[in-house]
Design a protein around this ligand. Structure first.
Ligand code: HPA
Ligand code: ZN
Length: 347
């Protein structure tokens, strides 16, 4: 590598680190690092099949989405008390603050907890405790997203929405996650319509393992504002044109796509092609404790492997702010912070 290339890479790495970030695709349960998972298992007397953190990490070798989900849901068994949910949320925010994350819209999966006897109220109260403490301590603002598990019946999602009713003022949106194949958006049309009537915004995972047609149907049927992942949209030029026209944000997660074998390498991610086409692409971490990197790591890897430029990074930062559900005043503040970093000296 020439010395000018080395300089350029160092400049881009410094920008990745310094830029204020907005994270739009992170599952709080997916931020449970092995050390914390084992500590909570001890605290709550829950048995886990791993002796130590090293053994736990060694098991994080996934073949596809389902093989990940099996381990991810099993690990959630250590989350029992309100304090546990607060702790995992606050640990994530502490780590995010070190990446200059300024606003986050995390997901949580209430059905994973209610199915094993942990009350909806316990989970959400702990998460809200953590988000409030994180805002006080690190200045990270947030809007919480309740995800329905798409492999469970629609009636279970409807029951969850009913449990959420007392908390509606603290929930910004509903989302849809878990196994995409065999669980199409049409299954959740009614519960999403109900959520919209209750004033909630909508997002959904789509186009991760499923093809571009599932992204189109998710937009049509669930009336979502953002598509989580959505990388396979690239397979349909008409859909790409629609995403651009409608300003739909895609919350792309390069490490997740690599670890779950959605793309063979990060260099194969359609992230750059979609960005170049004018789609509101954002970069996120998904389940950072399982996929080996937080938002800064994902941005840096994408920069290196896809040859992202300074202007690309600026666009990714702007897209995340504009695609967020933050209040307009907060968006303006964050755009000001972002532009100030990018207005800095060019080498
Ligand atoms: N896809 C679907 N469901 C999930 C994911 C994901 O990437 N992470 C946690 N639940
Ligand atoms: Zn996800």
């Amino acid at each position: 590598m020439s010395s000018s290339e080395l300089d350029r890479n160092a400049d881009l790495a410094a920008l990745v680190s310094a830029m204020p970030k907005v994270e739009l695709h992170v599952h709080l349960e997916g931020t449970l690092e092995p050390e914390q998972m084992l500590a909570l298992a001890r605290r709550n007397g829950v048995k886990v099949p791993f002796a130590d953190a090293q053994e736990t990490r060694a098991a994080y070798d996934f073949e596809d989405l389902q093989s990940f989900l099996d381990i991810y849901y099993a690990s959630c068994a250590v989350l029992v008390t309100r304090e546990d949910f607060r702790d995992v949320t606050l640990s994530y925010l502490r780590r995010a603050a070190s990446d200059n994350v300024r606003h986050v819209e995390p997901f949580f999966d209430p059905q994973t907890h209610t199915a094993r006897g942990v009350a909806f109220d316990t989970a959400i109260a702990g998460i809200l405790d953590g988000l409030a403490e994180g805002e006080r301590e690190f200045g990270i603002t947030s809007r919480l997203i309740l995800c329905f598990l798409r492999d469970l019946p629609a009636a279970s999602a409807e029951a969850t929405l009913r449990e959420a009713q007392p908390w509606l003022g603290r929930i910004a949106a509903v989302g849809l996650d878990s196994a995409e194949i065999g669980n199409p958006p049409e299954k959740f049309a009614e519960v999403f319509a109900l959520a919209r009537e209750l004033g909630l915004l909508c997002v959904a995972h789509a186009g991760e393992e499923g093809g571009a047609d599932l992204v189109t149907r998710t937009l049509d049927v669930l009336k979502v504002r953002r598509i989580d992942h959505g990388v396979r949209s690239v397979e349909d030029p008409q859909l790409v044109a629609r995403l651009v026209r409608e300003g739909v944000a895609l919350t792309v997660c390069p490490f997740s796509n690599l670890k779950l074998r959605v793309t063979p390498t990060i260099a194969d991610s359609p992230l750059k092609a979609l960005l170049d086409a004018g789609v509101r692409v954002t970069v996120n971490s998904d389940d950072p404790a399982y996929f080996g990197g937080y938002i800064g790591d994902n941005l840096l890897a994408a920069t290196r492997e896809l040859g992202l430029t300074r202007d690309d990074l600026h666009a990714l930062g702007r897209n995340a702010i504009e695609g967020s559900f933050a209040a307009d005043a907060r968006k303006s503040t964050l755009i000001g912070e972002l532009d100030a970093v990018f207005a800095g000296a060019r080498p």
